[in-house]
Ligand binder design. Structure first.
Ligand code: F0G
Length: 461
């Protein structure tokens, strides 16, 4: 595909638009207070630029919309399931597909199929829903990401890599039979969208397989990861994103995937694996938790849109534009002296809240407070990725205190333009000038699971 030299130039044009509402600061002050200073509890219509997440918030292509009209809404054996299966084979290469309504549905299936209570599940940093399902299945999560991933400013091309020494130490400490599997997230969301190198995936696979341990890929943003390998790892510049993705998957035994990210869809997900017994175990459960094994909680039309989106997304120029948007916003902020996780990751820009608001301690939910302030200041919605997201240690009840205390300015795919990113950057820079006025928060309601979604706060005086 011939490209312009500028990957920021959108490789699409706009066919349909959605108006945005501009509100006053007073209006937003009231709205955020009513939302308990939790940006998840705001009404979307009260948001100007929505960078809460890149999950399900993407713009579908005309080809995907056309695919919706071909939805075969049969309960069993929908033709769209077979289209999806074929697309998954082409892009990911696993033998078995088990559809799920979204990523966490797939995580539940894999966790229940593979974890025996008491077993450890190492992973390259936790992800909220992934760890929750592992723990609910009786597993114990162990972080085996490299130390640098917890340092916002360590400049490494593959800052999401697994630390092989940590993995080996865990095997020695608890014994391979007490490890259910290792999860490799590509890219690593909570580390700032940092990629994992092919060499690292290969080495993890070797160590795991020599010890009889399965490797499960969290393939949610695997296409972005493949693009980083193409641009950063020696020997991959002339390979396509799709070829690289297939190679990544070839070192792993199974995958969970949220279809709401890379595939430019609004809903969907899947689990995949090569092992027949694992597939049988997941298929016997999918009918209990998701739906029949040929729809797994998705409408036929959604499976069609996801299959089409999957094939579209692993085109090199699509990923080049995707990553260019994140880098554009990130570089603008870094240039203005805003403390951000570096390098800029795939799906957004993570602002270091502790450095941004040095007067507010982590225990007063500094990133949560920053996300609320940014909304009041500008109508831009971000998400907390710090102590609130990290939740509590299930055994001790203590709050987990992550080293990374950030807000995430997440970039939905094909939704916002360069001018929108300029507005966001200006808002963040402007707020930074007022950092002395920052106040912390007190948590007044804490839900039992995944507290960040529904927790409520009050502003401290
Ligand atoms: N794994 C990763 C790395 C994710 O980022 C997500 C979702 C999931 C699994 C779960 O997928 O939402 O389809 O159930 N991340 C969203 C986010 C929610 O905003 O980062 P899901």
């Amino acid at each position: 595909m011939a490209l312009t030299n500028n990957p920021m130039a959108e490789p699409y044009k706009i066919k349909m638009v959605e108006p945005l509402k501009i509100t006053t600061k007073e209006y937003r002050e009231k709205a955020v207070k009513e939302a308990g200073y939790n940006t998840f509890l705001l009404r979307s219509e009260d948001v100007y630029i929505d960078l809460l997440t890149d999950s399900g918030t993407n713009a579908m292509s005309e080809n995907q919309w056309a695919g919706l009209m071909l939805g075969d809404e049969a309960y069993a054996g929908s033709k769209n399931y077979y289209v999806l299966e074929e697309a998954m084979h082409e892009c990911f290469g696993y033998k078995h597909l088990v559809p799920a309504h979204q990523g966490r549905g797939a995580e539940q299936l894999v966790s229940k199929a593979l974890i025996k209570p008491g077993q450890y599940v190492p992973g390259n940093m936790y992800f909220t829903t992934t760890r929750e399902h592992q723990e609910l299945a009786g597993g114990k999560f162990r972080d085996v990401i490299i130390d640098e991933a917890h340092d916002p400013y360590a400049l490494l091309p593959f800052k999401g890599n697994v630390d092989l020494n940590k993995f080996e130490d865990l095997i020695k400490e608890v014994g391979a039979k007490n490890i259910a599997y290792i999860t490799v997230g590509v890219t690593v969301n909570m580390a700032g969208g940092q990629p994992v190198s092919m060499a690292n995936i290969k080495a993890v696979s070797k160590m795991a397989h020599e010890n009889g341990i399965k490797v499960v890929l969290d393939a949610t943003r695997a296409m972005e990861n493949a693009y980083f390998i193409k641009t950063r790892e020696e020997g991959y510049a002339n390979k396509s994103v799709k070829e690289i993705l297939r190679e990544m998957c070839s070192y792993t035994d199974a995958a969970t995937c949220s279809g709401k990210k890379d595939f430019h869809t609004n809903i969907g997900g899947f689990a995949a694996c090569n092992d027949d017994d694992m597939a049988t175990a997941m298929r016997s459960m999918v009918v209990v938790y998701e739906g029949l094994q040929t729809y797994g909680g998705m409408a036929g039309r959604d499976m069609e849109a996801m299959a089409r989106g999957m094939l579209e997304a692993c085109q090199d120029h699509v990923m080049a534009h995707r990553i260019a948007q994140s880098e554009y916003l990130g570089n603008k902020l870094i240039k203005a002296g805003i403390p951000c996780i570096q390098p800029i990751g795939g799906h957004g820009v993570f602002v270091d809240a502790r450095k941004f608001y040095p007067n507010v301690p982590q225990e007063q939910y500094v990133a949560q407070s920053l996300a609320a302030d940014l909304y009041v200041h500008s109508g831009v919605r971000a998400m907390e990725r710090g102590i609130v997201s990290a939740g509590r240690n299930h055994e001790t009840g203590e709050e987990n205190k992550p080293k990374l205390e950030t807000i995430r300015l997440t970039i939905p795919r094909r939704v916002y333009t360069q001018s929108h990113f300029d507005v966001v950057a200006d808002a963040v820079i402007d707020l930074y000038r007022e950092r002395d006025k920052a106040k912390g928060l007190k948590m007044v309601y804490e839900p039992k699971y995944l507290r960040f979604f529904q927790a409520r706060f009050e502003k401290l005086p």
